[in-house]
Design a protein around this ligand. Structure first.
Ligand SMILES: Cc1ncc(COP(=O)(O)OP(=O)(O)O)c(N)n1
Ligand SMILES: Cc1ncsc1CCOP(=O)(O)O
Ligand SMILES: [Mg+2]
Length: 206
């Protein structure tokens, strides 16, 4: 760490998951235009850790003050950038990434940690570690070409069931369009995450 930088700590403020952008194609252009998004997740499966690190740092430099910035999968990338004072608020991790307890121990109490779920069993398991996480992803709403999920689609009723079951806020994801949002918001989810819908219309408000 160079002398002029200090580690970044996530400010203690309410976490706004309402309109959640997960990056897909053209990530920088999409984030630059998505001024209404409340949460930005940098997600890119095919790229290396170094490329994800560089992309995340670039996105950290263009996001709005109100936006929360998370890195998908890679706790090490988030940790390294935060240590250099780059404005990365936390991570979204899945069932095959670092265990939540380790991610929390590494990132500290201030960081935001989201966890992928999507079935009753996974939500029941996440409830046992609710003190360690800030929210859960619940998907897929519908099957999505963006991600080959091995879990059955939840639909409106499934989103509602998991939102009611979860001890922490839930974020809906999976083939969601702006037209779906009014119905999804009746389920009790705290936020709606989209990939392609933001690529197609970064300025969307839904
Ligand atoms: C909010 C949100 N929910 C789910 C995911 C899943 O993403 P992905 O990284 O493809 O899958 P896992 O690694 O979690 O199994 C997400 N990125 N964001
Ligand atoms: C990351 C993820 N998790 C479940 S579906 C999905 C992809 C969502 O992408 P899109 O909004 O383009 O369907
Ligand atoms: Mg992941």
């Amino acid at each position: 760490m160079t002398r002029e930088t200090h580690p970044y700590t996530t400010p203690a403020r309410p976490l706004d998951l309402n309109l959640y952008l997960v990056t897909g194609e053209h990530p920088l252009e999409t984030v630059q235009a998505a001024k209404h998004a409340t949460c930005i997740q940098v997600r890119s499966k095919p790229i290396s850790a170094r490329e994800l690190y560089q992309l995340t740092e670039a996105i950290a430099g263009i996001i709005q003050p109100h936006q929360t910035l998370l890195v998908d999968d890679r706790v090490d990338v988030a940790l390294a950038l935060r240590a250099r004072g780059v404005r990365v608020d936390g991570v979204h991790i899945g069932q095959d990434d670092l265990p939540v307890a380790d991610a929390r121990a590494l990132l500290g109490a201030d960081a935001i940690i989201g966890l992928t779920t999507g079935t009753r069993q996974l939500v029941e398991e996440s409830n046992k570690i609710a003190r360690l996480i800030d929210y859960i992803g619940t998907g897929p709403f519908r099957p999505s070409p963006t991600k080959q999920s091995n879990r059955p689609p939840l639909g409106i009723d499934g989103l509602r069931e998991l939102a009611e079951l979860s001890a922490v806020p839930t974020v809906a994801i999976g083939d969601i369009t702006p037209e779906d949002c009014p119905a999804i918001r009746t389920t009790g989810v705290a936020g709606i995450a989209m990939v392609r819908a933001f690529v197609d219309n970064p300025a969307l408000q839904a």
